[in-house]
Ligand binder design. Structure first.
Ligand code: NAP
Ligand code: ZN
Ligand code: ZN
Length: 347
């Protein structure tokens, strides 16, 4: 067992504070990673505050992890000590259901093991990346290229794959009019990928102040969703909408912006359900769908694509002691466009 420094939530209503625990010994199939950077996802806030129910405390959040491998198990063949590696939202799954066999472990019939706020196969709680070190089965570990700034790579492990995967699944590219709703961690990665795939990209935001940033990130248009006239003008305009909104909102307002046969994919997970009107769907044979992160194989494909095309997240690096303030800023939409914890501040 190795002692680890971390930050944890002890309850849904208290701030994160320093916490110490031990990581398991490195097993034959494991790698041990010294964590360098960990991104801060809005899912961390939802789970720390028990907004989805079932939270396990103490909770060490963090599932956008990049670090260097310090030990490998005797049966690990495809990682070497000193190599950069990444860990995303899950660290295990059943490995035998149809989803696992199809490399879509995120949809495991028996439930994937979350990187934190989950339980491993022995029933022990899992602890995430707001910590100095992690031990993970090599099958659930990603290779990270040396060529990119690693603080910008960390958010690719969740925000990156969560937006890359649906854009790929729905084959978005040239000729598609795409709207990205919400310009935060997920939203800004969605803009980068959709633009890189050749789509015509509009950002729909509640924050007028993000307009220039949206264009700099690769969007072609920007509109403020609080403006009723603009929303009326945009009705029926988009083939594909990716909604990253983290707070309760009206789905129908966005469904109305889809053209004939258009699809809205929901990746944001507000704590309360939303109403979907039948007329908002049937009038133009519209679809609404959801998408959850991505499998290990696709996550590696996305990381390789980013290395090849020089794509990283736009980050604000913080010390771990600033985490509670960062949460408050995210809740106000004041994120440009991902907070990333410098894990050196935990040592
Ligand atoms: P984030 O960085 O906080 O960004 C969310 C953005 O949504 C905000 O910046 C804001 O953008 C917009 N927004 C917030 N409240 C809104 C409201 N009431 N109405 C309209 N827009 C609003 O969050 P994130 O890390 O990108 O995560 C977004 C959501 O995705 C969270 O719910 C998270 O749990 C979920 N998530 C899902 C998956 C998955 O696999 N499906 C994976 C990761 C995260 P503007 O200022 O531009 O309006
Ligand atoms: Zn996440
Ligand atoms: Zn499975």
């Amino acid at each position: 067992m190795t002692p680890v420094n971390a930050y944890a939530a002890q309850s849904a209503t208290t701030p994160l504070t320093p916490f110490n625990f031990e990581r398991r010994d490195v097993g034959a199939n494991d790698v041990q990673i010294e964590i360098l950077y960990c991104g801060v996802c809005h899912s961390d806030i939802h789970q720390v505050r028990n907004e989805w129910g079932g939270s396990i405390y103490p909770m060490v959040p963090g599932h956008e992890i990049v670090g260097r491998i310090t030990k490998i198990g005797s049966d690990v063949k495809d990682f070497t000590i000193g190599e950069l590696a990444g860990v995303g939202c899950f660290v295990d799954s059943c490995r035998e259901c149809p989803s696992c066999l199809a490399h879509e472990e995120q949809y495991c019939d028996n439930g994937m093991v979350g990187t934190y706020n989950g339980r491993d196969k022995e029933g022990n709680p899992t602890y995430g990346g707001y910590s100095t070190q992690i031990v993970v089965d090599a099958k659930y570990t990603l290779h990270v290229a040396d060529s990119l700034p690693i603080e910008g790579v960390a958010p690719l492990l969740c925000a990156g794959i969560t937006t890359y995967s649906p854009l790929k699944h729905w084959k978005i590219g040239k000729g598609h009019k795409v709207a990205v709703v919400g310009l935060g961690g997920l939203g800004h990665m969605a803009v980068k990928f959709a633009a890189a795939f050749g789509a015509d990209v509009t950002v729909l935001s509640t924050s007028k102040s993000k307009e220039q940033d949206a264009l700099n990130l690769g969007a072609h248009y920007f509109a403020v969703t609080k403006d009723a006239d603009t929303m009326k003008k945009l009705q029926g305009k988009f083939d594909f909408i990716l909604s990253t909104i983290s707070a309760p909102h009206e789905y129908n307002d966005y469904l109305n912006l889809l053209t004939l046969n258009g699809t809205m994919v929901v990746v944001g997970v507000p704590p309360q359900p939303s109403v979907v009107g039948a007329f908002n769907l049937i009038g133009k044979r519209r679809s609404i769908a959801g998408s959850l992160i991505g499998g290990i194989k696709e996550t590696q494909e996305m990381l390789d694509y980013c290395a090849e095309h020089n794509i990283v997240s736009d980050v604000e690096v913080i010390k771990v002691s600033a985490i509670n303030e960062a949460y408050e800023r995210m809740l106000k939409g004041d994120v440009h466009y991902r907070f990333v914890i410098d894990i050196a501040s935990l040592k």
